[in-house]
Ligand binder design. Structure first.
Ligand code: KG4
Ligand code: ZN
Length: 339
């Protein structure tokens, strides 16, 4: 089964072609990062217009690289939300138009959930070997931990009560004078530092509450930079920050593992999943197999949207909502915590 995945929720116009839910035939990502750099952040109106002008050529490239004809597409998956509403509308309109021309079904996809499936692309394991799983999505906008019993059943176990993990890497990067996005630069700088040289708080350590928090850590780093940067190097601050930013994710995953002893795997996704220190530390601290996305699937891409849409379609036995029954959503409606 050939699935086309369309992603346009923020500043990447991305389309991928997938075979049978996990095999990527092509994945094209057109980034707008240069366009927005001069404004110091993504300008929603400009982003939406850029998607509108890029989508058709990204689609043609994706189909051509996959060596298929558009008529061979069986299913279209598109990001429904969360994201910038104008950007989402451009992608959803493109998907609905294409569906009418090709007479093929469209599945609206939750972008956050899709990140989890981005970590499973190309993996040669059956569902019975993966689920139940604990799935973390740690990106610039979200830090969500899910307990999943199947590819489509997401039960939110924990989320951040303030900043997202990736956001804190970006903010701390700025404090240390590093370029945006801060994550990869902090990781590089931290390799030269000693985390024990800079004292930072361990967030929510004694609280049994399953949640993440990064705002206090960010303030503690700001204080260290202001008061102690003559005696503590930026590399030591970066190393201490990374140790706690990642350490907190691992602490909470370990608590969730204790609470859910039937878990067979851990799936880590989102931009922060690219962090090599995170990957090696979590793998060393648990016996449960850990899955991470290939580096190109950590950030936003069409393949993860196609993978999620494929699962939604299969698990709904091919039943899809009509083109007119759904609209995009900009904000993420948190699911209920698992009790
Ligand atoms: O998933 P993503 O590409 O975009 C969304 O936010 O949707 O995540 C981007 C985030 C940024 O905050 C970036 O600093 C962080 O992922 N990031 C990293 C690393 N690479 C990217 N954080 C820590 N270590 C990295 N190597
Ligand atoms: Zn994303």
């Amino acid at each position: 089964m050939i699935t086309l995945g369309i992603e346009s929720s923020c500043d990447e116009t991305a389309i991928a072609v997938l075979e049978n839910g996990r095999t990527v035939l092509s994945s094209i990502v057109s980034s707008q990062i240069q366009t927005h750099a001069k404004w110091g952040g993504v300008v929603p109106e400009i982003a939406a217009r850029e998607h509108a002008s890029a989508l058709n050529s990204v689609f043609c490239e994706a189909v051509s690289q996959a060596k298929i004809q558009p008529t061979e597409i069986d299913l279209i998956a598109v990001t429904q939300g969360p994201g910038l509403v104008g950007c989402l509308l451009v992608g959803a309109s493109f998907a609905k138009g294409l569906a009418q021309i090709l007479k093929k079904p469209v599945v609206p996809v939750n972008h956050i959930h899709a990140h989890v499936h981005g970590a499973l692309l190309g993996i040669d394991k059956g569902d019975a070997e993966i689920y139940p799983t604990l799935a973390l999505v740690a990106s610039g906008g979200h830090t969500n931990l899910y307990y999943m019993t199947s590819p489509v059943q997401f039960s939110l176990v924990a989320h951040t009560i303030d900043d997202a993990c990736g956001e804190s890497f970006d903010k701390v990067g700025k404090m240390l004078g590093l370029p945006y996005p801060g994550g990869p630069h902090i990781e590089r700088l931290a390799r030269q530092g000693d985390p024990t040289k800079c004292k930072l708080p361990r967030m929510l350590e004694r609280k049994s509450q399953m949640a993440f928090s990064y705002s206090g850590l960010k303030t503690a780093v700001a204080n260290q930079v202001k008061l102690n940067s003559k005696v503590i190097s930026h590399a030591d601050i970066a190393a201490a920050f990374q140790t706690e930013a990642v350490g907190q994710l691992i602490r909470k995953i370990k608590i969730a593992l204790e609470l859910n002893s039937n878990v067979k795997s851990i799936v880590i996704s989102g931009g922060v999943a690219a962090n090599q220190y995170f990957q090696s530390t979590i793998q060393d601290s648990t016996k449960v197999p850990c899955y991470f996305p290939g580096i190109v699937y950590c950030s936003d891409n069409g393949a993860m949207i196609a993978a999620m849409g494929y699962q939604d379609f299969i698990h709904a036995n091919g039943l899809v909502t009509s083109l007119h029954d759904w609209d995009v959503f900009s904000r993420y409606a948190f699911e209920q915590y698992k009790s």
